[in-house]
Design a protein around this ligand. Structure first.
Ligand SMILES: [Zn+2]
Length: 79
């Protein structure tokens, strides 16, 4: 088992599929050709020093919409 570093990790990545699979954008409720997901979680460190995290997708939406939400909520993207 790893130990939490106390650091939060957040990033936006492509989900490879769009509205056909994920439904409309969580934020603006409009059609998405390709969805993006806002990933976030906590960072952990293994005994050998390797870093990993338990991040999962919290929101699916347009890249611009996710960036807007991050700005509004002052969520800092870590990678
Ligand atoms: Zn949107």
């Amino acid at each position: 088992m790893g130990k939490a570093t106390g650091k939060k990790v957040t990033w936006i990545e492509t989900a490879d599929r769009g509205t056909d699979y994920y439904g409309n954008c969580d934020i603006c409720k409009k059609h998405m050709t390709i969805a993006y997901k806002l990933m976030s979680g906590n960072e952990y460190v293994r005994e050998n020093g390797e870093l990993y995290d338990n991040a999962f997708a919290h929101i699916y939406g347009h890249k611009e919409c996710l960036e807007k939400i991050c700005k509004e909520k002052e969520i800092e993207l870590t990678c």
